[in-house]
Design a protein around this ligand. Structure first.
Ligand code: BGC
Length: 392
């Protein structure tokens, strides 16, 4: 019964969406949504139906507009609004858990049935998820897991361990001989992904540190643990505490500068750098490039941000990991639709969040460097060729 009413309600909104009547509620802080896709079923069958109201059925809360990664997610969600079939509102938390909670509360007040949340801080977000649960909304953790609560119904994500492993494997493949200087950097300790990325990287790097291929230069905690193939969460936390960029470009730059200031010339030369994502990679790469004792560097990244794709083309960043946000956003919308329709989204895995095993569907990732940048990024339609110079 409830489902019938909800479906009727959704149909009216789908029509309103097609008519562009609710586009203004998507991402109020940004440009209006792209024109809805023409020719969808709802548009052709019920085009004349009046819109009941612009209230969102799905609320999306993303972490910050300060990183291109999340602006991209917003854009990819907007591309999907025409096919979502439900009104969607997108809000940003600007790196602030209190704002994130206020965003969630405001969406709940508007009556959302599904919350898609990328937590700024995985543990702090539990309170907002629990409020959503109390209000009867389903909660989808988007890209980052919400920790230590049973109020998470689903997790759409990339295979984050595979991201770290791909970064590490790239460094291993480029290294020859022994004694190669290795500089480690990580994401924010408040983000569960930072642990998953590091865990994936450590599994690949550790044997190559143990056999002398690499020598860690910037973390005494990592050096102290270098003979351990598998680290506990506490051990990872100790290392991440020393090498965190907090996902912030300036923090990354300052940390790299501090590391190079104390490093001796013989700790530099041809260096290998595990950088956790593209924004931090560009800061760290620029810092290493400016050091006269650094002869060459191999640096990793992740996200295939446009600026980093250009850096790869220009030889200033070695690789990135493409996480196709089109897939992630589509999976999130499909899961939201399933919940709205009273069904269960597709599940292939579970992730333990400290309290429960959260049903999930991780997507594959692709390592990208100069050799496959054209095929993986441009020919695949991920970014247009016109956004770059020097593509061959
Ligand atoms: C995401 C990355 C992103 C990073 C910083 C992580 O949780 O998975 O794609 O670069 O956060 O925002």
């Amino acid at each position: 019964m409830q489902n019938k009413v909800l479906r009727a309600f959704l149909l009216v909104f789908a029509v309103a969406l097609m008519a562009g009547m609710v586009s203004a509620c998507a991402a109020p802080a940004a440009a209006p949504a792209a024109a809805p896709a023409a020719g969808s079923e709802a548009a052709t069958t019920e085009a004349a139906a009046p819109a009941a109201s612009g209230a969102p059925v799905v609320g999306i809360v993303l972490p910050t507009k300060d990183e291109p990664r999340w602006i991209q997610d917003e854009a990819r969600f907007k591309d999907l609004l025409g096919t979502a079939g439900v009104p969607v509102e997108i809000l940003f938390s600007q790196g602030d858990s209190a704002k994130e909670k206020a965003n969630v509360e405001s969406l709940l007040t508007k009556g959302i049935k599904v919350l898609i949340l990328t937590p700024q801080d995985g543990a702090a977000a539990a309170a907002a998820a629990e409020e959503a649960k109390k209000a009867g909304a389903k909660v989808i953790a988007y890209d980052r897991l919400i920790l230590n609560t049973d109020a998470v119904d689903y997790y759409v994500t990339f295979d984050s361990n595979a991201v770290g492993a791909a970064q590490a494997q790239y460094l291993v493949d480029k290294a020859t001989g022994t004694g190669n200087p290795l500089y480690l950097y990580a994401g924010a300790a408040s983000d569960n992904n930072a642990f998953l990325f590091f865990e994936g990287a450590w599994k690949v790097l550790q044997p190559k540190i143990a056999d002398g291929t690499f020598v860690i230069k910037n973390s005494s905690e990592a050096t102290a643990l270098q003979d351990k193939a598998e680290l506990t969460r506490d051990e990872q936390a100790k290392i991440i505490g020393q090498i965190t960029t907090n996902w912030d470009f300036n923090t990354a730059k300052n940390l790299a500068e501090a590391n190079l200031t104390v490093a001796k010339p013989e700790d530099k030369g041809n260096v290998f750098i595990l950088a956790p994502n593209d924004g931090t990679a560009r800061s760290i790469a620029d810092t290493f490039a400016a050091d006269k004792d650094v002869k060459s560097y191999v640096v990793t990244g992740q996200d295939a941000e446009k600026a980093s794709v250009q850096y790869i083309i220009d030889g200033k960043q070695s690789m990135t990991v493409l996480k196709d946000v089109r897939t992630l956003a589509a999976d999130a919308i499909a899961a939201a639709r399933a919940f709205v329709d009273g069904t269960t989204p597709e599940q292939t895995n579970t992730y333990n969040n400290g309290k429960i095993d959260v049903p999930a569907k991780p997507s594959a990732v692709i390592a990208v460097d100069k050799d496959n940048v054209k095929a993986a990024i441009i020919d695949s339609g991920y970014w247009p060729a016109t956004d770059f110079t020097g593509v061959q």
